[in-house]
Structure formats: structure tokens, C-alpha cells
Design a protein around this ligand. Structure first.
Ligand code: CMP
Length: 142
């Protein structure tokens, strides 16, 4: 079933000039691009996006990192996109990252981990709505 998911290229990967290669990896893995933008998080938007982590020990550090530079957001579409994109980015835990994953290549720590991907179909809908200011992305269908 065709699904949409959201990928964020985070500030450390943008600063290190990995946008192009990360997009190439997505293309090589047959993800279709529905929408793409570059933006900066302010505190309110970052808090809203990461609301499920509010109160956790890493929350402030995460917000400061995510506000530290530009972010590239891409809506991708593919059969089983949510799981396939999660597999392609690799684990949040540095010790569990497999070679070939984007985080294995470009993460610099547990927070500075180069990319974010939605963890379920519902989160993808929510996150796409927050970043692209719409709950309905049907106009981005191919
Ligand atoms: P992301 O996939 O964007 O989702 C939450 C982010 O919090 C995660 O990637 C990391 O950047 C950051 N983070 C920092 N510490 C942790 C942790 N212990 N567990 C999960 N996420 C963490």
C-alpha cells in the first residue's frame, strides 16, 4: 500500500553538506518525492513537533540542536514507506546502527543523528501536517 512518510535532514547533516547524498540515497531506494522544503524551527514549532518527548532528559538539548540551523523536510511516498524509511535511516541508539544506514554514515551522536523519520502512519500524518501546514496532502499526489 502506498504510504507517505516525513524525513527531516537535521542541522548537523545540513552543516556537513550531506543534503545531496541523503537525497540520492532516497532516490536509489525508490522513494517518490511529494514535497520538499528548507526551513528553521522556532521553539514553539520544535516543542509541538517533539511534544511526545517533553519532560525527557534530552528534550532541551534536542530543541536547541533542532533550532541551531536549517532543516530540510521531505514528504516521501512508497509502498510501506514508513517502515522502509525507518530501516533506511537506522537506529537511534549509536551501538545498534547498521552499516549502510543514513545514521551510520552521518550521525555524530545520539542527538546529532543527521535525520528523523516518522515512526508510524499516524505520526507521519501528524508531522506532515505540522511541517507543511496542512492535514491534507492529497494535492501532492503524483
Ligand atoms: P528523532 O528520530 O528525531 O526523535 C527524537 C530525537 O531525540 C532523536 O531522533 C534524537 O535526535 C534525540 N534523542 C536524544 N537522546 C535520545 C534518547 N535517549 N532516545 C531517543 N531519542 C533521543
Amino acid at each position: 500500500m502506498k504510504e507517505k512518510s516525513l524525513l527531516l535532514i537535521k542541522p548537523n547533516a545540513v552543516r556537513n553538506k550531506h543534503i545531496g547524498h541523503i537525497i540520492t540515497i532516497l532516490e536509489e531506494n525508490n522513494f517518490h518525492f511529494c514535497a520538499l522544503k528548507i526551513f528553521r524551527f522556532n521553539r514553539e514549532l520544535a516543542e509541538h513537533f517533539y511534544a511526545e518527548h517533553k519532560g525527557k532528559s534530552f528534550f532541551e538539548n534536542l530543541l536547541n540542536f533542532m533550532m541551531s540551523d536549517f532543516i530540510v523536510a521531505i514528504i516521501v511516498q512508497k509502498d510501506n514507506a514508513v517502515q522502509e524509511l525507518r530501516d533506511l535511516i537506522g537506529d537511534v541508539n549509536p551501538e545498534k546502527r547498521k552499516p549502510g544506514t543514513i545514521r551510520y554514515l552521518y550521525a555524530e551522536g545520539i542527538t546529532e543523528n543527521a535525520v528523523h523519520a516518522s515512526d508510524s502512519i499516524d505520526s507521519a500524518k501528524r508531522e506532515i501536517g505540522i511541517i507543511f501546514n496542512t492535514e491534507n496532502t492529497e494535492n501532492t499526489e503524483k
